[in-house]
Design a protein around this ligand. Structure first.
Ligand code: SF4
Ligand code: SF4
Ligand code: SF4
Length: 256
């Protein structure tokens, strides 16, 4: 019988929500049939010190020890997969980049902080990442589809159309038309327009859509009466660093 591929799951500074998504009964049951899970926080002691074919990493790099951890995992892994918005874009911890860092650290770690913090950044800023599975938390079906692709040699294709595409297909009422800030037009879909389908605006957790017209989108939001702060607050929540990078030097939403 062919040996199963060796897989590891790890987390740096995250909330463990991505790992818990994998642990949900139906996802995990299917996963263990397909791969040999050598390491998984909460359920397997981390005694395995060998190599991985694929290593899934959750979380943002927030502390110097995170950099040590991911470098070590990179050395031991043939392929590295960024699991969830934190690993892909920096997500909620990266909001710190857009505010007074010292003030925020004093709120979160008021005293006795023995950790040496670094600017919160996605893991791809520190090590080579082979695949990205964004979303906060990531989609179980997409994780399983990814694993099926690697096992069958099919190419894994990330979804590249905006959230609006799936949202319109579902026939949802448009929240922008209700005057709300919905980032659907500038965000990569693949979530089935999860939030707008539940009457909640998109916060951009699957990252920026490559072909989006940011300038026109922000102009429209301003014309709708939204303030710079409201737009900034929304954009920085899940993928602020990635939106900043995608928009480029010509138009800086952070300075609006
Ligand atoms: S992506 Fe979301 S669920 Fe995953 S670790 Fe970050 S905050 Fe938690
Ligand atoms: S609700 Fe949001 S995602 Fe849906 S069509 Fe409107 S802008 Fe796009
Ligand atoms: S609608 Fe937006 S915020 Fe909600 S899951 Fe999809 S990409 Fe993320």
């Amino acid at each position: 019988m062919k040996e199963k591929i060796k897989v590891g799951f790890y987390g740096v500074s995250g909330c463990s929500g991505c790992l818990l998504t994998v642990l949900y009964e139906d996802c995990f049951k299917e996963l263990v049939k397909m791969v040999d899970i050598k390491s998984f926080p909460f359920i397997k002691e981390d005694s395995y010190k060998g190599k991985f074919d694929y290593c899934f990493i959750e979380g943002t790099v927030c502390f110097d020890e995170d950099i040590v951890t991911i470098n070590e995992l990179r050395k031991r892994s043939d392929k590295v997969v960024a699991l969830g918005s934190c690993a892909c874009f920096g997500c909620v911890p990266s909001i710190r980049n857009f505010h007074n860092q010292e003030k925020i650290m004093s709120f979160v770690y008021p005293k006795y902080n023995h950790l040496k913090e670094v600017d919160p950044t996605p893991i791809g800023d520190h090590i080579k990442v082979d695949y990205y599975l964004p979303q906060c938390p990531p989609d179980k079906k997409e994780i399983l589809e990814f694993v099926k692709c690697i096992l069958t040699g099919r190419e894994f294709k990330s979804y590249t159309s905006p959230v609006c595409f799936e949202c319109r297909k579902k026939g949802n009422p448009c929240l922008l038309e209700e005057g709300k800030i919905c980032l659907g037009p500038i965000t990569n879909g693949g979530c089935g327009a999860l939030c707008p389908s539940n009457d909640t605006t998109c916060y951009g957790c699957r990252g920026p859509c490559k072909d989006a017209n940011y300038e026109a989108f922000f102009k429209m939001l301003k014309e709708m009466g939204h303030t710079n702060k409201e737009i900034k607050d929304k954009l920085e929540t899940f993928a602020g660093l990635a939106f900043k990078e995608e928009e480029g030097e010509s138009s800086k939403w952070l300075e609006r």
